[in-house]
Design a protein around this ligand. Structure first.
Ligand code: OAD
Length: 267
């Protein structure tokens, strides 16, 4: 008995269903299979299954605390101890948890696409830990700090702490190497991110509430330039009505299932 491509797809769908995996629109898989340029934007939701809190979800940081007290230059000026205490706590959380299957699947997906650009609002460096290369960090990272006086960056391990604050060799106070509300995003990262959005044929928005600009603009830029937008999120967001495919569920389940479906289509 011969087994055609359509049969094989049908069997694979049945198998995925039996295994409790997600099934996907064949058109999405075909589009992904032939996409030469894919851009991905991730937000805090990609690390939720690792055990890190998001910002606006249940138990999210901004549910119990005000961004104005912790994530603005003014907050740091007013109370650097409080701000550093929060960032040190977040650094510890990141060190205690690991990247999840969603991060791993994205690192693997990169190998299937000619030009793959991973843009993140996450500051945990889990994408890189999971093997992703050339990640565009729009909001900086938690791992490093920057001297307010000379600007030199340093990794947490090399910081010298005195009376609850980290200092640079030049004597200047260090701040977390993240982007705070009211600050400009790193210009080169932003330029690369917008270029990738303009040039891709498929754009994935994963685990982001799509509320914080300019990152939230990226899927709209991609769509306006002719790309199809795929959203992966357990909840609907303001982006959902604009997405060609809304894959509702946790990224740590959907992304590996997407890889399985992609491999199935190629076999
Ligand atoms: P948010 O906390 O605003 O949104 C997280 C999104 O992830 C929500 O839409 C959730 O529904 C979704 N989510 C939760 N669990 C998920 C899962 N397992 N898989 C997929 N999605 C899941 O986080 P961001 O959109 O990243 O900025 O927030 C953007 C920026 O606002 C952050 O970078 C941060 C924050 O304030 C700064 O600190 C400057």
């Amino acid at each position: 008995m011969s087994c055609g491509r359509e049969d094989s797809r049908r069997w694979r769908r049945a198998l995925n269903r039996a295994l409790g995996l997600h099934t996907f629109d064949d058109k999405l898989i075909a589009r992904l299979e032939r996409a030469a340029r894919v851009a991905v934007l991730t937000g805090a939701g990609i690390s939720a299954e690792s055990g890190l809190p998001t910002f606006r979800g249940p138990g999210g940081w901004w549910r119990n605390q005000r961004a104005e007290d912790l994530a603005t230059p003014e907050a740091f000026e007013r109370n650097p101890h409080l701000v550093w205490e929060w960032y040190q706590h977040r650094r510890e959380q990141v060190a205690q948890h690991r990247p999840n299957a969603g991060h791993a699947a994205l690192a693997e997906l990169a190998g299937h696409v000619q030009q793959f650009t991973l843009i993140t609002q996450c500051v945990d460096r889990y994408h890189q830990q999971a093997g992703a290369r050339e990640v565009i960090e729009l909001h900086g990272n938690l791992i490093e700090s920057r001297c307010l006086q000379c600007g030199v960056p340093a990794e947490g391990a090399t910081e010298v702490w005195r009376a609850g604050l980290p200092y640079c060799g030049c004597g200047g106070l260090r701040r977390p190497a993240v982007v705070w509300f009211g600050e400009e995003l790193p210009a080169a990262a932003l330029r690369r991110a917008f270029r990738a959005a303009e040039e891709c044929t498929l754009f994935f928005a994963i685990g982001t509430s799509a509320l914080v600009y300019p990152a939230a603009q990226l899927p709209h830029v991609a769509r306006a330039a002719g790309a199809a937008v795929v959203e992966i999120n357990p909840e609907r967001t303001p982006l959902t009505p604009q997405a060609q495919w809304f894959l509702q569920g946790p990224a740590g389940e959907i992304l590996p299932a997407l890889l399985v479906a992609l491999a199935g289509a190629a076999s």
